[in-house]
Design a protein around this ligand. Structure first.
Ligand code: NAD
Length: 318
């Protein structure tokens, strides 16, 4: 009788608990240099789900980021729900513009922010990961980085160099990371990147070839999902996030207007938070999402579904 009661209680205790459980998994989040962007929020959500998290940081931002961490300036945002602090297993240098160190110009390699960090290329990151953790150290890779030096210029005024730089850093880097990191992943791994709907609709002010880079990123997500799925059994998805005032987005120059426009016109009339993106990233990286690959998932309060700006005077507008 007591045994039966016990069994009943145990069953009840677990009923309805469909958790994102990433314990025993290791994630690499590339593109974290402060606590104000999607990369940090994704790292935190992955850690909340139990994953060990390494991050990769652009060398010009690396020292500042390490100082912020060491001086406790990010302690509030690192606070985890169990009372502990978000820890990064490693903070690696990464300049995603370079596949191997030899591709970086000499003067850049010798410059103040790069000269002491070691091999900051994608290949260098791969070597560090295997040196630190063995041949198959990863389950989850998140590409949360972008850069378009001419983002403030209209596409029509963008130089060839600016355009190619935007596509190189923001899109090709995913291909290069996939080629080098996919063989390091354990079975059922997940790759994820961050896109923006300027890939498919015109967002005036999001220039410099960044819209082209996001279109490439989304298309490559589909092709890489097929190729890496067949070759390695890993999944590849991208989150098309709504506008959010991160450090990178602030460089666009119109981010506050983009945020308030979306909040005013989206089905959910409120600003997007980074943790909403982080939580979807954790889900997509988890065993709960083993059926999803090659997808562009909108996390934008539904803004992508709209075909018309909201005019409160119109019939049908609440
Ligand atoms: N903030 C938005 O409104 C928004 C909307 C949709 C998609 N996204 C995408 O989300 C991703 C993360 O951006 P975020 O807005 O959270 O800003 P963020 O500033 O937190 O992240 C961008 C990161 O890219 C890094 N970076 C730049 N050039 C690099 C390089 N050559 N090598 C390695 N790292 C480099 C920066 O140091 C920074 O850490 C980007 O792909 C961005 O396009 C942002």
């Amino acid at each position: 009788m007591r045994k039966g009661t016990c069994r009943f209680r145990r069953r009840r205790a677990y009923h309805g608990m469909l958790n994102i459980n990433l314990s025993g998994r290791r994630a690499l989040v590339a593109g974290v240099a402060d606590d104000g962007g999607f990369g940090f929020a994704i790292a935190k959500s992955l850690a909340e789900a139990g994953a060990a998290v390494c991050v990769a940081t652009w060398p010009p931002a690396l020292n500042i980021f390490r100082n912020l961490l060491e001086r406790g300036k990010m302690d509030a945002s690192r606070a985890m729900s169990d009372g502990s602090q978000l820890q990064f297993e490693r903070v690696y240098p990464l300049d995603a513009a370079f596949d191997v160190l030899g591709d970086a110009p000499d003067d850049l390699q010798k410059s103040k922010r790069y000269k002491d960090v070691g091999d900051f290329s994608i290949d260098g990151l791969t070597q560090r990961l295997t040196a630190d953790f063995g041949e198959t150290p990863l389950d989850i890779v998140v590409h949360s980085l972008a850069n378009g030096p001419e983002v403030k210029k209209a596409l029509i005024d963008t130089t060839r160099a600016g355009y190619l730089e935007a596509v190189s850093v923001s899109a090709y880097s995913l291909v290069s990371m996939m080629r080098r990191l996919a063989p390091l992943m354990r079975p059922k791994g997940s790759f994820l990147s961050l896109s923006y709907m300027a890939s498919e609709r015109v967002i005036p002010g999001y220039g410099g070839g960044m819209s082209s880079a996001k279109a490439a990123l989304e298309s490559d997500t589909r092709t890489l999902a097929y190729e890496a799925g067949r070759r390695y059994g890993i999944r590849v998805n991208t989150i098309s996030a709504g506008p959010f005032a991160s450090r990178a987005a602030s460089a666009i120059g119109i981010i506050d207007a983009m945020v308030s426009y979306c909040a005013a016109n989206a089905p959910l009339a409120e600003a997007l938070t980074a943790s909403e993106v982080g939580n979807v990233a954790a889900f997509l990286s988890s065993p709960l999402a083993t059926g999803i690959t090659g997808a562009t998932i909108y996390v934008d309060k539904g803004y992508h579904a709209m075909g018309m700006a909201v005019d409160r005077g119109m019939p049908g507008t609440p």
